[in-house]
Design a protein. Structure first.
Length: 157
């Protein structure tokens, strides 16, 4: 019985980090959209989003990046599909950092008792950044599934 290839172990770790990150992002989306229906939830969403970003999203995103880099070094060949996926994921990561910084800024504005219209303007910027990230992540996930499928075919097909 042979050993499991390192790329497969890293791929499973990468998938675990990606899955957890998607769960956190989905939770944040619900939390950010609920105040659109009920304004009294806005300040709570601001507080909770900050701590979710700092304690969950940032560490999980770093796990995705670390395992993604490891996978890129372990695959037998980096194809154009890999490079497109890496490019989209890198842009999404930078935008994710931007979004976290916006969340921190909005929280500080709330703590400084900024007017509601200022907080809502910051919230709209966060929503716009998130929308672009979602588009990129959809492409990244689709490419990831396609690449994983073809990697498995290469090993087992």
């Amino acid at each position: 019985m042979g050993s499991i290839p390192a790329v497969n172990i890293v791929a499973v770790l990468h998938l675990a980090f990606v899955s957890a990150l998607i769960g956190v992002i989905a939770t944040e989306t619900v939390m950010e959209l609920l105040p659109l229906r009920s304004k009294d939830l806005h300040h709570g969403a601001i507080r909770f989003h900050l701590w979710i970003d700092l304690l969950l999203e940032a560490p999980l995103a770093l796990g995705v990046v670390a395992t993604g880099i490891a996978m890129a070094t372990l695959v037998s060949e980096l194809t154009t599909y890999h490079l497109v996926k890496i490019s989209f994921a890198s842009i999404a990561f930078v935008l994710g950092i931007t979004c976290i910084l916006r969340v921190i800024r909005r929280s500080r504005l709330r703590e400084g008792r900024a007017p509601e219209d200022v907080l809502e303007k910051e919230t709209k910027k966060i929503h716009l950044t998130a929308a672009v990230i979602y588009v990129l992540l959809t492409a990244v996930v689709a490419l990831g599934v396609w690449l994983a499928y073809h990697r498995v075919l290469g090993f087992y097909g």
